[in-house]
Design a protein around this ligand. Structure first.
Ligand SMILES: Nc1ccn([C@@H]2O[C@H](COP(=O)(O)O)[C@@H](O)[C@H]2O)c(=O)n1
Ligand SMILES: C[C@@]1(CO)OP(=O)(O)OP(=O)(O)OC[C@H]1O
Length: 159
């Protein structure tokens, strides 16, 4: 199959005492995301979208949260590894679209840098990568600032 699509979704809790890292960008904020790795929820959703598109399972199967090698891991390294896996099956990335669901902080100023990071890690032009942010209008666990979620869709092409 020449074109394949994948979807990823992830959620991490916001806690005190952790940095807030999204798309490989450290966003200044009083809270950060909890997790075994650096908890970059955007890149985790994207890893799952890429793995899903290539029928390669999910992030937890490749990088178990019981494995000390991934404690505090830079999720850009995980993303690059996922890219190598899909490349190994003969695929390249056509485009990515992602949404971060986050009540606070305002992420718009940091999105261009996130796109550049993702584009570099997936060997595409930043124009192939779209990242958006939305609130939940203060509703639910995200609206209460208890966590941040991310959705990602990736289109890959067999070359
Ligand atoms: N954490 C966020 C959330 C949203 N934005 C930007 O604000 C716009 C309006 O968001 P709504 O949820 O009220 O529709 C949105 O389109 C984003 O551009 C943001 O920067 N950071
Ligand atoms: C990324 C991994 C790596 O150990 O840890 P977490 O940072 O906890 O992230 P999660 O999104 O729960 O998914 C998979 C994990 O295996």
């Amino acid at each position: 199959m020449r074109l394949r699509i994948g979807h990823g979704f992830d959620v991490h809790a916001l806690v005190v005492g952790r940095p807030l890292i999204l798309g490989g960008v450290t966003v200044p904020y009083a809270h950060g995301l909890a997790g075994h790795s650096d908890a970059d929820v955007l890149l985790h959703a994207l890893c799952d979208a890429l793995l899903g598109a290539a029928a390669l399972g999910d992030i937890g199967q490749h990088f178990p949260d019981t494995d000390v090698r991934f404690a505090g891991a830079d999720s850009r390294l995980l993303l690059r590894h996922c890219y190598q896996l899909i490349q190994g099956k003969g695929y390249r990335v056509d485009n990515v679209d992602a949404t971060i669901v986050c009540q606070r902080p305002k992420l718009a100023p940091y999105i261009p840098q996130m796109r550049r990071h993702i584009a570099a890690d997936l060997a595409v032009d930043p124009d192939a990568i779209n990242v958006k942010a939305t609130t939940t209008e203060a509703l639910g666990y995200i609206g209460r600032g208890e966590g941040i979620a991310a959705h990602a869709v990736a289109l890959i092409r067999h070359v």
